[in-house]
Design a protein around this ligand. Sequence first.
Ligand code: SIN
Ligand code: FE2
Length: 177
Amino acid sequence: MVEDIRTVVAAAPLFSPLTPWGKPMSVRMTSAGRYGWYSDRKGYRYAERHPEGGDWPPIPAQVLAIWHRLVGTARDPDCCLVNVYGEAARMGLHQDRDEADFSWPVLSISLGDDARFRIGGTERGGRTESVWLRSGDVLILGGAARLAYHGVDRIAPGTSMLLPGSGRINLTLRVVD
Ligand code: SIN
Ligand code: FE2
């Protein structure tokens, strides 16, 4: 799967999106699928093209196979967001709510170093708890948890030997429209 992600990144280079407040995110990103997730001063959204203009590459078959097994074959995800975490990268608490239909779950795959994932309820500022996600873990936000606030406090560099050096890749599959 890491080889497949390298192919995606070769076709659609990683970039650091700006938050709507103009700050570059510490996580580098790209996408595969019909849509890619994108952010800049105009806000969070899905884009039909990479910021440099090309189409997003197809979602790798092995990645789709996990969706088929755990979510089903009725509908394929439109987007596979590729998040690349360096040693100091983190992701603030947020909801995934740029999609049109929240009845489809969000499926995420962790590869590489362990990450302390934080999850709360559907209200900002509510109680949260954390769990370490390890390489190969698959997490589904669905049903009552579809709009749960979540984020990544930190990664633990060097806890996995999957990627050269250290780092973490998270793949997030979502139905968009
Ligand atoms: C995300 O919420 O976009 C990423 C979550 C993760 O990296 O595990
Ligand atoms: Fe998210």
